[in-house]
Ligand binder design. Structure first.
Ligand SMILES: [Fe+2]
Length: 394
């Protein structure tokens, strides 16, 4: 983030704290319960946001060197992501061209060749079919027609995008929007080092996971004995970048930082930028690194979801702490708050919505990130935007 933007954001947060104000969306919105529970809506979401939408699948640090690979199967197509000898990121359907078996079963690692466990057909990390056993007896094939199916892939700003449709297109500048595309170039996410992966399965709609990151109104209540000790509640900033957004949370460290000269200020010292990357990504930037959350429905259901979470650290962190120590520590406090507090509350909300007892959730004037996300979501599905109300009676 540019220096002048950091300072102005920090000053705005300090003003809010001193004046007792917060962000104001200018009205209240009511989000219908069907947003989270309707089976037909879920099918529409799956089609628009997962099957036919470019997906962020990780960070450059997940493929740290030539020969690195990882696999995933979160949005309807098994994927093999590789970094070839020239350092290029590539993505393929992780499907053998022979009998459609899954080629690579391991989650991640380093390999030059991928051999299908069914009959041993073997591929390079560029997706070429290198060979197949007993070729004379199997019969002659044109190996150039039997490579792994390549998927559109792009690497930019230290993030990895894949399109699940082999004929799909990825335009990162368009996906991020011009302003966020420029802003992301200032973070240097490409320098991050991967530390750890985790996953939280929860009985709730995937968007309830996203909603939990969208406001700080709940900090002093749900997190009164945890996060609230290090963050101010009901204070924050919200910026929209086309379909995406940034919520800036306010750390209590800002109370001391503001007494120091401005040259000592830094956005990640006094604040926590939380990026909403449409439709299913939350990206948090910390002084120690970055956390990337990918939210997916599970079991073709609007009622189950998983958060796939990756933790990365800045190289400078490793000057004082070993990566082994980081791996044993990182993510523990995050899970204590997100999995044990936020997602427990969100799973309760989901169960309650399923009961049919209430017809809508309400997002206040102090929760503009949730207004932006849900109206963007509705626009993407061709639904009318939610009306901003000055007061809600029923
Ligand atoms: Fe929370």
């Amino acid at each position: 983030m540019k220096r002048e933007d950091q300072i102005s954001q920090l000053k705005e947060l300090i003003n809010q704290l001193e004046d007792g104000t917060t962000v104001d969306a200018g009205g209240i919105i009511k989000v219908p319960a069907e947003t989270y529970t309707c089976e037909d809506r879920f099918k529409q979401e799956w089609d628009v946001f997962f099957k036919n939408h470019a997906q962020i699948i990780g960070a450059s640090a997940d493929l740290p060197e030539p020969g690195s690979f990882f696999t995933l199967n979160d949005f309807g197509i098994p994927i093999l992501a590789t970094r070839d000898e020239e350092g290029n990121f590539r993505a393929f359907a992780n499907i053998c061209s022979h009998r459609a078996s899954i080629v690579e079963k391991e989650r991640k690692g380093s390999k030059e060749r991928f051999s299908c466990p069914f009959h041993g057909w073997t591929y390079s990390n560029k997706g070429n079919l290198i060979g197949y056993p007993k070729s004379g007896q199997f019969g002659e094939i044109d190996k150039s027609c039997y490579g792994l199916t390549p998927l559109p892939s792009k690497e930019k700003h230290g993030l990895l995008w894949v399109h699940p449709d082999k004929d799909g297109e990825i335009n990162v500048e368009e996906l991020l929007g011009k302003e966020l595309d420029e802003l992301f170039s200032t973070w240097y996410f490409d320098q991050l080092i991967h530390a750890k992966d985790d996953e939280y399965f929860t009985d709730m709609n995937w968007k309830l996971a996203i909603d939990t990151f969208g406001e700080t109104y709940h900090f002093s209540v749900l997190h009164k004995n945890s996060l609230f000790e290090s963050f101010h509640g009901n204070v924050g900033l919200q910026n929209s970048f086309d379909r995406n957004g940034m919520l800036t949370l306010c750390k209590r460290d800002i109370d001391n930082m503001k007494k120091e000269p401005e040259e000592n200020w830094h956005i990640v010292r006094g604040a926590l930028p939380v990026y909403y990357l449409f439709p299913n990504i939350i990206l948090l930037v910390f002084d120690f690194g970055m956390i990337l959350l990918r939210e997916y429905p599970v079991d073709d259901s609007p009622n189950k979801s998983v958060s796939k979470i990756s933790f990365y650290v800045w190289p400078g962190v490793l000057e004082t702490v070993s990566i082994e120590d980081i791996r044993s520590e990182i993510g523990v406090g995050f899970a204590d708050v997100i999995k044990e507090e936020d997602y427990v509350a969100a799973a309760d909300s989901h169960k309650s919505l399923m009961s049919g007892a209430i017809d809508f959730l309400t997002f206040g004037r102090n929760e503009p990130m949730l207004h932006h996300y849900h109206n963007t979501y509705r626009e993407a599905l061709g639904l009318v935007p939610l009306e901003k109300l000055n007061s809600v009676k029923s």
